[in-house]
Design a protein around this ligand. Structure first.
Ligand SMILES: NC(=O)c1ccc[n+]([C@@H]2O[C@H](COP(=O)([O-])OP(=O)(O)OC[C@H]3O[C@@H](n4cnc5c(N)ncnc54)[C@H](OP(=O)(O)O)[C@@H]3O)[C@@H](O)[C@H]2O)c1
Length: 305
């Protein structure tokens, strides 16, 4: 079993982006700009946004965070999006999801300029992905593929089982794996005999949000296991049953531990596996920075051609 080290690969990608931005600074084209809009005070969302902002600044990206109170009206949020659409220093806009209850997510997202949609969630961008007519992909699915590519894992012909069908992870990733010539089964909460399907899989990608849900008996020997899930555990019994020793230590200090959707004992049967944390999480952030740079370059090309 080989650990797919998302943290290491993400750091390498970030380093390359940093160097490219240093070079860009010497030109007259300016630097990439990223704007993140966060509504409300969800602690997990706040932590994700703060991390993205710090990393973007470290790379030399012109990063700004726009915070809105959860009592903000939908109109104010939409106006904020429109002002970033018109701002020439902003090339990429991210609206942190989920929005608090009461906000109509799609009504709001549809006001974003598709050219600045750094998450690539808008219908036109997801449509182009489905048609295999894009070079910029949603961050988490892109992170999964970039990590598999970094370890030169051939996807052609693999029997891949994707568990979870969100528009953020499962649906785009299932299309991307199909476009890369894997044979994909997309599973969800209504799937019959999920364990039977998983036992036949050469590649399993889990994006469910249930700690340790995929157990060793559901995994074929030498399968590739990709764990997108990020579950925060606060009960000692669960932490002992589902977390690695290093996360158990974290729990003792901080009262919270992180684990994925694939039970840690399943990794022993795998050929390759991603850890949680340190797998797809850092790759997602690296792809956000990558997409920001790509959107900047695309805009600059359009302006200079
Ligand atoms: N590492 C990262 O950067 C990153 C990025 C995004 C998400 N995540 C994590 O990935 C996980 C999934 O996120 P998401 O946004 O895709 O979640 P989501 O929108 O809640 O979707 C969860 C999916 O899991 C399916 N599911 C739930 N219970 C199931 C069951 N018993 N059997 C089979 N499928 C089941 C659901 O099926 P139905 O559609 O039938 O309800 C749904 O399709 C979460 O832990 C999230 O924190 C991590």
């Amino acid at each position: 079993m080989i650990l797919l080290d998302g943290k290491k690969i993400a750091d390498e990608i970030l380093e390359k982006i940093k160097k490219e931005i240093e070079t860009l600074k010497k030109t007259t084209y300016g630097i990439p700009g990223l704007a993140v809009i966060i509504v409300g005070s969800n602690p997990a969302s706040q932590a994700y946004v703060s991390k993205k902002h710090k990393i973007a600044l470290r790379l030399g990206i012109n990063s700004r965070v726009s915070e809105l109170d959860e009592k903000t009206s939908q109109e104010i949020l939409v106006n904020r999006i429109k002002s970033f659409n018109q701002d020439n220093h902003v090339h990429a806009v991210l609206i942190q999801l989920p929005l608090p209850d009461g906000f109509k997510t799609w009504e709001i997202l549809n006001h974003l300029d598709p050219e600045k949609d750094v998450d690539r969630f808008l219908p036109i961008n997801l449509g182009n992905l489905l048609l295999n007519r894009t070079e910029i992909y949603p961050c988490t699915p892109a992170g999964v593929l970039a990590l598999l590519d970094a370890y030169q894992i051939e996807l052609r012909g693999l029997n891949a089982v994707m568990v979870g069908r969100s528009f953020i992870v499962g649906k785009p990733l299932a299309s991307m794996l199909t476009n890369r010539n894997a044979t994909v089964t997309l599973c969800h909460s209504q799937t019959k005999d999920l364990a039977g399907l998983l036992r036949q899989a050469d590649l399993i990608v889990a994006a469910i949000g249930k700690a340790g849900f995929i157990t060793p008996d559901m995994v074929k020997k030498d399968a590739i296991l990709i764990d997108v899930g990020q579950n925060f555990l606060t009960q000692a019994g669960e932490v002992i049953r589902l977390c690695t020793p290093s996360q158990q230590k974290r729990f003792e200090k901080k009262g919270v531990a992180i684990t994925g959707d694939i039970h840690i004992d399943a990794f022993k049967k795998s050929s390759y596996y991603t850890p949680v944390p340190g797998g797809i999480g850092p790759m997602t952030v690296a792809m956000l920075m990558h997409n920001t740079l790509q959107l900047f370059k695309r805009k600059t090309r359009q302006e200079t051609s």
